[in-house]
Design a protein around this ligand. Structure first.
Ligand code: NAD
Length: 441
């Protein structure tokens, strides 16, 4: 099938590359000409394990191309996938301007029957609005063209996105006609050989399912962070509690880690979007307001652990940061705790040394004043002469460091480790000479 992907960000690029890999002819378009130029010259603008290889392979096989000609690409595809961003407005509501712009362009350029597949995360009712915009643009052209609209929210996880796309737990598809259901079945059939995982439903249910999934996962994280606070007060260990409840099949073991909370391009924005949507509909969304509040407070609680130990004035102290990305295996910094925490440390007069395997270049662009930040080449160089280590992302290479070497490189006789991801055994750290702080122990 000929596929046009509009919006070549995380979702568009990964979807485009994976669909090309199973034999479809895919054109990925974007209004960001710089991004398209980089892709055309063989550069991959994001870090995602396995992505570069499949892009290279499929570009070489001429199944995957990149273009900034949105109108031309709309004409060439049998199915058009909308993968543009849906950011939060300052009041938390979902800004749909990119979606509506794309709908307008589709209406202005569509030249025959096509399936419009909406993959971005959007509030229920958006597919209907897209349909109305396309129809009104077609009407202005005084022509008659039919199209089908499908909602196919994306559930991939950054850091594991290629694998998630190729081996999905499920694919949710909201359809309005039997024909579009058939097309979507054919489109995803190669990913379905080991079990049938396409779940068809009505369009508003598919739209809401995406918000419900992210809201549920965010809730689990904030819930565990709430229990972690209690655990600290009563001398319990949150990891024992996690093991104790995660073994219950009704609860399950995923997304139960206490720590700095969630970040990234999806959970914060989608929780806010769900709160805004619920309020406008007159629903009680208090649960999610608490989820968001707890998540924001985790970063402050982490800072409090630091200032409780060192005092409010951090001038003269050096902090080594392990990890900047919002999660491992990505260079994505959107809503990453590292941004808030490092800014707060700098405001309090600290010097900061940082290391992340992938996100350093993005971080340099994120921080306007880099004068008090040293960018190190690895997890050992970064700790040199520092007073404390802050673990902000749980990259594999930070999970079992040589603590003897780390201790020898740091300054003072009792350096501190503030573990925002609960990676280490407190006893091991204390026996190695560190003062150790984490969540829920
Ligand atoms: P992104 O910001 O990485 O990419 C969006 C791209 O769309 C940008 O490159 C932008 O230039 C382009 N764009 C904007 N307007 C355009 C237009 N009119 N024509 C062509 N291109 C245009 O966003 P993303 O992270 O890929 O997210 C896209 C959507 O998917 C969002 O709704 C997001 O919530 C959802 N989603 C994201 C993830 C994730 O892990 N990032 C996972 C699931 C769902």
């Amino acid at each position: 099938m000929k596929l046009t992907i509009i919006g070549t960000g995380y979702v568009g690029l990964i979807s485009g590359a994976c669909f090309a890999d199973i034999g479809h002819k895919v054109i990925c378009v974007d209004v960001d000409q710089g991004k398209i130029e980089r892709l055309r010259s063989g550069e991959v603008p994001i870090y995602e394990p396995g992505l570069e290889e499949i892009i290279k392979k499929n570009v070489k096989a001429k199944r995957l191309t990149f273009s900034s000609d949105v109108s031309g690409a709309i004409k060439s595809g049998a199915a058009i996938m909308i993968c543009v961003g849906t950011p939060s407005r300052p009041d938390g509501s979902v800004d749909l301007k990119y979606i509506y712009q794309v709908a307008k362009e589709i209406g202005q350029n569509i030249d025959g029957h096509k399936i419009i597949v909406q993959k971005s995360t959007v509030p229920p009712g958006t597919a209907k609005e897209i349909e109305n915009i396309i129809r009104s643009e077609i009407k202005k052209r005084e022509t008659k063209i039919n199209f089908d609209i499908v909602s196919n929210p994306e559930f991939l996880k950054e850091g594991n996105a290629v694998s998630d796309f190729k081996k999905p737990d499920r694919i949710v598809v909201g359809v309005e006609s039997a024909d579009s259901e058939d097309v979507m079945k054919r489109l995803y059939a190669p990913f379905m050989r080991t079990g049938y995982r396409v779940i068809f439903m009505d369009v508003p249910s598919a739209e809401l399912a995406k918000y419900a999934a992210n809201a549920m996962l965010a809730t689990r994280i904030s819930f565990m962070n709430m229990i972690a606070q209690v655990a600290e007060k009563v001398g319990a260990d949150i990891d024992n509690i996690r093991a104790g409840i995660g073994s219950d099949s009704r609860i399950g073991k995923h997304f139960l880690f206490a720590g700095l909370g969630y970040g990234g391009s999806c959970f914060p924005k989608d929780v806010k979007g769900m709160i805004d949507m619920g309020k406008k509909l007159g629903c009680d969304v208090g649960i999610l307001e608490e989820v968001e509040k707890t998540n924001k407070l985790q970063r402050k609680r982490f800072l409090k652990k630091i200032t409780n130990y060192f005092g409010e004035d951090l001038s003269g102290l050096t902090f080594a940061v392990w990890g900047l990305a919002f999660k491992p295996e990505t260079d994505d910094l959107r809503e990453a705790p590292s941004i808030d925490i490092i800014k707060w440390l700098l405001e309090k007069g600290a010097r900061v040394r940082v290391f992340d395997p992938q996100a350093m270049e993005n971080f340099k662009k994120e921080i306007s004043d880099n004068t008090n930040i040293f960018y190190a080449k690895d997890e050992y160089e970064v700790v040199k002469r520092s007073d404390a280590i802050l673990v902000l992302t749980e990259w594999m290479q930070f999970r079992d460091p040589d603590w003897k070497e780390v201790y020898a490189l740091m300054s003072g006789c009792e350096p501190a480790v503030f573990d925002g991801r609960n990676l280490y055994d407190p006893k091991t750290l204390e026996e190695s000479g560190f003062k150790y702080f984490c969540f829920g122990k």
